[in-house]
Design a protein around this ligand. Sequence first.
Ligand SMILES: Cc1cc2nc3c(=O)[nH]c(=O)nc-3n(C[C@H](O)[C@H](O)[C@H](O)COP(=O)(O)O)c2cc1C
Ligand code: SF4
Length: 439
Amino acid sequence: MEETKVLTQRIRPDRSAVWIDDYMDLGGYEALKTTLADYGPAEVGPLIKEAGLRGRGGAGFPTGVKWSFMPRFEDRPDERPAHVYLVVNADEMEPGTFKDRLIMEGDPHQLIEGMIIAAYAIGADTAYVFLRGEYTECRRRLQQAIDEAHAKGFLGENILDSGFSLNLHLHMSAGRYICGEESALLSALEGRRAVPRHKPPFPAASGLFGQPTTVNNVETICNVPHIVKNGADWYKSLGLNKDGGTKLFGASGHVAKPGLAEFPLGVKLGDVLEHFGGIRHGRKLKGLLPGGGSTPFLTPEHLDTPMDYDGVGAAGSRLGTATMVVFDDQTPIVGVLKNLEHFYAQESCGWCTPCRDGLPWVEKMLINLEAGKGQPGDLELLDLHVKLLGPGKTFCAHAPGAMGPLEAGLKYYRDELAALIPDDASNLSRTEAANANPL
Ligand SMILES: Cc1cc2nc3c(=O)[nH]c(=O)nc-3n(C[C@H](O)[C@H](O)[C@H](O)COP(=O)(O)O)c2cc1C
Ligand code: SF4
């Protein structure tokens, strides 16, 4: 299946960066010039809303709606706070996810142009890229691109004589998964311990240093110049169903040709898999996590699923970051679940008890199951954990995210997991076993 290249149209096969002269030769910064010349700040958000752009960081919240929550100070400049912030979330620590890195390294000016337009739209004077700590090459390229943009007058004071000014900074993450959760990210940027904050207040009301703030994902922001340049109708028409635009899809694990590709939202799961060469070594698909390590499994019965927010939701999973992790039919599912829960247990910020204590408990049960030391009632106990750590039971979405693949694993691969519990334990209930050996 042919790709539809919008965000990846300038990405070179050798992955060398497109620097500013090439970027401008290929139409770059035209959308910024159009924005500053033809749009008032309050007019850009409605365009993004009309285009139907949804956040690409995982939750899929409509971007134009998020921007509309920002307070406006054009008519009351005296009340304007010291700063208004745009923060781009480039933490990208979701297991299996590597899409933002491709666009930041290959086309760094696309992100910078999108950030300048987004900052103008929400009235921000300061912007941050919060970058995954390990992305050192990305850091080098982004910094070079920021310096180039400054030199051309696209950043700094009075951009292109428009009266609009913006400072843009890079901040390297300390390297914890929770730093990607938007409110924990703001705590980390302030130099505090990266724990999520209670919402409300939402960042638009009180974000970074207590000032109005919008947090958006890298890929989300990279869509913005294309929408300004080509219009909302064009953008909507790219998607095959309800959701507008294209999406970066990735595949890792047991596919023949792992990598990234750009398709319209709504492309069939089977077609995406086929693009990545199908299952390697001629084997069959067992299951996949469609949008990174926190999204519930899809199975071979889901190959006709339209890969958009509603389509994947109706199939019982989430589009997430759309970077799938694929498993062939020889993969023991207990090992997959154990590795995932090990990651989530390790990455809990420790703030709330169900997550801090429940995730290591889940991991330990899976270690025992894998080692043939499971006990009758273990699967039911795991079912219970899925409920106790599910949505609404913890302070942030980390624990519910960790439960997504576990719940689906218990649903689709239950017989395989049950078969791991030794027969000689089957005549003992968990309580009897515990009483027999209270230590
Ligand atoms: C534990 C956790 C980790 C997250 N990590 C990321 C991340 O690395 N990058 C990202 O863009 N969003 C991440 N998110 C989602 C963000 O909280 C937020 O929804 C997103 O950055 C908003 O951007 P968007 O509206 O453009 O999608 C994470 C959420 C949770 C709960
Ligand atoms: S759910 Fe986990 S990661 Fe989120 S606040 Fe609670 S302890 Fe921290």
